[in-house]
Design a protein around this ligand. Structure first.
Ligand code: PGA
Length: 249
Protein backbone atom coordinates (compact mmCIF):
# COMPACT_ATOMS: atom_id res chain seq x y z
CA UNK A 1 0.00 0.00 0.00
CA UNK A 2 1.27 3.43 -0.88
CA UNK A 3 2.34 5.50 2.07
CA UNK A 4 0.24 8.61 2.68
CA UNK A 5 2.33 11.77 2.63
CA UNK A 6 2.70 13.71 5.85
CA UNK A 7 3.50 17.39 5.64
CA UNK A 8 4.23 19.07 8.94
CA UNK A 9 4.98 22.66 9.87
CA UNK A 10 7.48 23.37 12.62
CA UNK A 11 6.72 26.83 13.95
CA UNK A 12 9.75 26.79 16.30
CA UNK A 13 9.64 29.76 18.74
CA UNK A 14 7.33 31.86 16.62
CA UNK A 15 3.75 33.08 16.94
CA UNK A 16 2.02 34.32 20.08
CA UNK A 17 -1.31 32.62 20.90
CA UNK A 18 -3.30 35.34 19.14
CA UNK A 19 -0.98 35.24 16.12
CA UNK A 20 -1.35 31.45 16.10
CA UNK A 21 -5.12 31.71 15.81
CA UNK A 22 -4.81 34.21 12.97
CA UNK A 23 -2.30 32.00 11.12
CA UNK A 24 -4.40 28.85 11.47
CA UNK A 25 -7.43 30.75 10.20
CA UNK A 26 -5.44 32.08 7.25
CA UNK A 27 -3.96 28.70 6.32
CA UNK A 28 -7.02 26.52 6.95
CA UNK A 29 -8.51 26.90 3.46
CA UNK A 30 -5.07 26.76 1.82
CA UNK A 31 -3.99 23.42 3.30
CA UNK A 32 -7.27 21.57 2.79
CA UNK A 33 -6.49 18.21 1.15
CA UNK A 34 -7.33 14.56 1.46
CA UNK A 35 -4.07 13.43 -0.05
CA UNK A 36 -1.69 14.17 2.82
CA UNK A 37 -1.76 14.33 6.58
CA UNK A 38 -1.26 17.95 7.58
CA UNK A 39 0.23 18.74 10.98
CA UNK A 40 1.15 22.08 12.53
CA UNK A 41 3.68 21.58 15.33
CA UNK A 42 3.42 24.70 17.45
CA UNK A 43 4.80 26.13 20.71
CA UNK A 44 3.17 24.56 23.78
CA UNK A 45 1.28 27.72 24.72
CA UNK A 46 -0.25 27.89 21.24
CA UNK A 47 -1.53 24.32 21.14
CA UNK A 48 -4.96 24.89 22.68
CA UNK A 49 -5.87 28.09 20.81
CA UNK A 50 -4.52 26.61 17.56
CA UNK A 51 -6.65 23.50 18.08
CA UNK A 52 -9.73 25.62 18.65
CA UNK A 53 -9.02 27.53 15.45
CA UNK A 54 -8.35 24.32 13.51
CA UNK A 55 -11.62 22.63 14.55
CA UNK A 56 -13.53 21.16 11.64
CA UNK A 57 -10.49 21.32 9.35
CA UNK A 58 -7.98 18.64 8.29
CA UNK A 59 -5.22 20.26 10.37
CA UNK A 60 -3.77 18.27 13.29
CA UNK A 61 -2.03 20.35 15.92
CA UNK A 62 1.15 18.78 17.28
CA UNK A 63 3.82 19.69 19.83
CA UNK A 64 7.48 20.60 19.25
CA UNK A 65 8.83 18.78 22.29
CA UNK A 66 7.82 16.70 25.29
CA UNK A 67 9.59 15.39 28.37
CA UNK A 68 10.19 11.68 29.01
CA UNK A 69 8.95 11.55 32.60
CA UNK A 70 5.30 11.20 33.59
CA UNK A 71 5.17 14.11 36.03
CA UNK A 72 7.02 15.74 38.90
CA UNK A 73 9.80 18.17 39.67
CA UNK A 74 10.84 19.09 36.11
CA UNK A 75 10.24 22.82 36.04
CA UNK A 76 9.29 24.10 32.63
CA UNK A 77 8.69 20.75 30.95
CA UNK A 78 5.54 19.41 29.28
CA UNK A 79 4.45 15.84 30.06
CA UNK A 80 3.04 13.32 27.60
CA UNK A 81 -0.24 13.23 29.52
CA UNK A 82 -0.59 17.01 29.25
CA UNK A 83 -0.49 16.54 25.50
CA UNK A 84 -2.81 13.55 25.25
CA UNK A 85 -5.31 15.15 27.66
CA UNK A 86 -6.01 17.84 25.05
CA UNK A 87 -5.87 15.44 22.11
CA UNK A 88 -2.36 15.97 20.73
CA UNK A 89 -1.35 13.13 18.39
CA UNK A 90 2.07 14.22 17.09
CA UNK A 91 5.24 15.48 18.74
CA UNK A 92 8.57 16.44 17.20
CA UNK A 93 11.40 14.65 19.01
CA UNK A 94 15.09 15.48 18.81
CA UNK A 95 15.07 18.43 16.43
CA UNK A 96 18.65 19.51 15.74
CA UNK A 97 17.98 22.84 17.47
CA UNK A 98 17.03 20.96 20.64
CA UNK A 99 20.14 18.82 20.31
CA UNK A 100 22.33 21.88 19.79
CA UNK A 101 20.86 24.41 22.25
CA UNK A 102 19.13 22.21 24.84
CA UNK A 103 21.60 19.37 25.21
CA UNK A 104 19.37 16.62 23.81
CA UNK A 105 21.26 13.46 22.99
CA UNK A 106 20.47 10.25 21.13
CA UNK A 107 19.71 8.73 24.55
CA UNK A 108 17.18 11.40 25.59
CA UNK A 109 15.65 11.17 22.12
CA UNK A 110 15.20 7.43 22.64
CA UNK A 111 13.55 7.97 26.05
CA UNK A 112 11.17 10.51 24.57
CA UNK A 113 10.34 8.27 21.60
CA UNK A 114 9.50 5.38 23.95
CA UNK A 115 7.35 7.67 26.12
CA UNK A 116 5.50 9.06 23.15
CA UNK A 117 4.60 5.56 21.95
CA UNK A 118 3.59 4.52 25.47
CA UNK A 119 1.05 7.35 25.38
CA UNK A 120 -0.10 6.75 21.82
CA UNK A 121 1.51 9.90 20.45
CA UNK A 122 3.24 9.65 17.06
CA UNK A 123 6.82 10.93 17.30
CA UNK A 124 8.33 12.84 14.41
CA UNK A 125 11.92 11.76 15.04
CA UNK A 126 14.54 14.12 13.67
CA UNK A 127 17.97 13.18 12.41
CA UNK A 128 20.52 14.83 10.16
CA UNK A 129 24.19 15.50 9.63
CA UNK A 130 26.27 18.65 10.00
CA UNK A 131 28.18 20.19 7.10
CA UNK A 132 31.46 18.77 8.46
CA UNK A 133 29.99 15.29 8.60
CA UNK A 134 28.76 15.58 5.02
CA UNK A 135 32.12 16.88 3.85
CA UNK A 136 33.93 14.07 5.64
CA UNK A 137 31.70 11.47 4.00
CA UNK A 138 30.29 10.14 7.27
CA UNK A 139 26.68 11.26 6.75
CA UNK A 140 25.14 7.81 6.61
CA UNK A 141 27.25 6.41 9.46
CA UNK A 142 26.14 9.29 11.66
CA UNK A 143 22.46 9.02 10.75
CA UNK A 144 22.41 5.25 11.15
CA UNK A 145 23.70 5.73 14.69
CA UNK A 146 21.02 8.35 15.43
CA UNK A 147 18.30 6.05 14.08
CA UNK A 148 19.55 2.91 15.81
CA UNK A 149 19.63 4.61 19.19
CA UNK A 150 16.32 6.45 18.70
CA UNK A 151 14.56 3.13 18.03
CA UNK A 152 16.07 1.08 20.89
CA UNK A 153 13.24 -0.81 22.56
CA UNK A 154 10.65 0.33 20.00
CA UNK A 155 8.57 -2.56 18.65
CA UNK A 156 8.05 -3.15 14.94
CA UNK A 157 4.35 -2.36 15.32
CA UNK A 158 5.23 1.00 16.89
CA UNK A 159 7.99 1.72 14.38
CA UNK A 160 5.53 1.27 11.50
CA UNK A 161 3.56 4.26 12.77
CA UNK A 162 6.57 6.50 13.43
CA UNK A 163 7.62 9.44 11.31
CA UNK A 164 11.30 10.17 10.72
CA UNK A 165 12.38 13.63 9.57
CA UNK A 166 15.70 13.72 7.76
CA UNK A 167 16.98 17.25 8.17
CA UNK A 168 20.56 18.02 7.16
CA UNK A 169 21.62 20.70 9.65
CA UNK A 170 23.31 22.74 6.94
CA UNK A 171 19.99 23.04 5.11
CA UNK A 172 17.88 24.22 8.06
CA UNK A 173 16.91 27.88 7.88
CA UNK A 174 19.69 28.57 5.40
CA UNK A 175 17.70 28.68 2.20
CA UNK A 176 19.99 25.88 1.00
CA UNK A 177 17.77 22.88 0.28
CA UNK A 178 19.53 19.55 -0.18
CA UNK A 179 19.41 18.37 -3.78
CA UNK A 180 16.70 15.83 -4.50
CA UNK A 181 19.45 13.24 -5.06
CA UNK A 182 21.05 13.94 -1.68
CA UNK A 183 17.70 13.88 0.12
CA UNK A 184 16.49 10.70 -1.61
CA UNK A 185 19.81 8.93 -1.02
CA UNK A 186 19.73 9.52 2.73
CA UNK A 187 16.01 8.79 3.07
CA UNK A 188 16.56 5.48 1.24
CA UNK A 189 19.49 4.78 3.58
CA UNK A 190 17.27 5.44 6.60
CA UNK A 191 14.63 3.05 5.22
CA UNK A 192 17.33 0.41 4.70
CA UNK A 193 18.47 0.94 8.29
CA UNK A 194 14.89 0.40 9.54
CA UNK A 195 14.73 -2.79 7.44
CA UNK A 196 17.92 -4.01 9.13
CA UNK A 197 16.63 -3.24 12.62
CA UNK A 198 13.15 -4.68 11.92
CA UNK A 199 12.11 -6.09 8.57
CA UNK A 200 11.06 -5.10 5.06
CA UNK A 201 7.41 -4.67 6.05
CA UNK A 202 8.25 -2.15 8.79
CA UNK A 203 10.60 -0.28 6.46
CA UNK A 204 7.86 -0.07 3.81
CA UNK A 205 5.35 1.30 6.31
CA UNK A 206 7.40 3.96 8.10
CA UNK A 207 7.10 7.50 6.79
CA UNK A 208 10.25 9.53 6.17
CA UNK A 209 10.13 13.27 5.66
CA UNK A 210 12.75 15.60 4.29
CA UNK A 211 13.27 18.94 6.07
CA UNK A 212 15.57 21.89 5.50
CA UNK A 213 14.52 25.00 3.57
CA UNK A 214 11.61 23.25 1.85
CA UNK A 215 9.67 25.80 -0.20
CA UNK A 216 6.98 25.70 -2.89
CA UNK A 217 9.65 25.51 -5.63
CA UNK A 218 11.62 22.60 -4.15
CA UNK A 219 8.77 20.57 -2.63
CA UNK A 220 7.46 18.88 -5.83
CA UNK A 221 10.81 17.37 -6.85
CA UNK A 222 11.49 16.20 -3.30
CA UNK A 223 8.05 14.73 -2.66
CA UNK A 224 8.02 12.56 -5.80
CA UNK A 225 11.16 10.72 -4.68
CA UNK A 226 10.55 7.07 -3.85
CA UNK A 227 11.61 7.30 -0.21
CA UNK A 228 10.44 10.82 0.68
CA UNK A 229 7.00 10.79 2.23
CA UNK A 230 6.54 14.50 2.82
CA UNK A 231 8.29 17.31 4.60
CA UNK A 232 9.01 19.02 7.88
CA UNK A 233 8.81 22.69 7.08
CA UNK A 234 10.08 25.55 9.23
CA UNK A 235 10.15 29.05 7.79
CA UNK A 236 7.71 28.39 4.94
CA UNK A 237 5.10 26.95 7.34
CA UNK A 238 4.50 30.43 8.78
CA UNK A 239 3.05 31.84 5.59
CA UNK A 240 0.71 31.16 2.71
CA UNK A 241 3.57 29.24 1.04
CA UNK A 242 2.69 26.33 3.29
CA UNK A 243 -0.56 25.89 1.35
CA UNK A 244 1.45 25.54 -1.87
CA UNK A 245 3.76 23.00 -0.26
CA UNK A 246 0.84 20.93 1.04
CA UNK A 247 -0.80 21.05 -2.39
CA UNK A 248 2.49 20.45 -4.19
CA UNK A 249 1.09 18.26 -6.97
P1 PGA B 1 13.39 25.37 7.62
O1 PGA B 1 13.30 24.52 8.98
O2 PGA B 1 12.32 24.87 6.72
O3 PGA B 1 13.16 26.81 8.06
O4 PGA B 1 14.75 25.16 7.07
C1 PGA B 1 13.07 23.15 8.96
C2 PGA B 1 13.10 22.59 10.34
O5 PGA B 1 13.97 23.00 11.13
O6 PGA B 1 12.27 21.74 10.71
Amino acid sequence: MARKKIIAGNWKMNMTPSQAVALVNELKPLVATEEADVVFCVPAIDIIPAMEAAKGSNIEIGAENMYFEEKGAFTGEISPEMLTDIGVKYVIIGHSERREYFAETDETVNKKVLKAFEHGITPIICCGESLTQREQGVTMDFIRQQIKIAFLGVTAEQAKTAVIAYEPIWAIGTGKTATTEQAQEVCAGIRACIAEIYDAETAEAIRIQYGGSVNPATAPDLFVQADIDGGLVGGASLKADFGKIVNWK
